[in-house]
Ligand binder design. Sequence first.
Ligand code: DQA
Length: 149
Amino acid sequence: MINLLLINGPNLNLLGQREPSIYGVQTLEAIEAELHKKAEKQGIKLETFQSNSEGALVDRLQKAISKVDAIMINAGAYTHTSVALRDALLSSEIPYVELHLSNTFARESFRHKSLLADRAVGVISGFGPMSYQLAFDGIIAFLMHQERK
Ligand code: DQA
């Protein structure tokens, strides 16, 4: 059975009320519920975790070592700043997909830089809540392809 972990970073707990013109009106709870349904249909185990704290995110990533096949991560603002999250992801040796609701390249220049992207399997950015579905499909396709190799 494939084990997937979805990580959400700071302020993503406010989805639905936070800058809806940028992030849409769907709550994180609703996004996660949709993904759980999708995972269940495909016989995939999905765990989710959200924190506003960098240390808690690092702790969760460390807990995933040797237990999770792939990670989907929307690190929020930490995407652009956190060497600690990058190090935790790389130390885990777990393949990951970076995702964003907004198209970070169409926004302020400080959002154009990601400390995670160059080592990600892929990056999904700009599809609103659908970015989560696309990230899920992408990472599953990646894992299936790996298995066939
Ligand atoms: C975000 C983009 C980040 O730049 C921002 O800090 C967020 C959300 C997104 O999903 O579009 O918190 O990761």
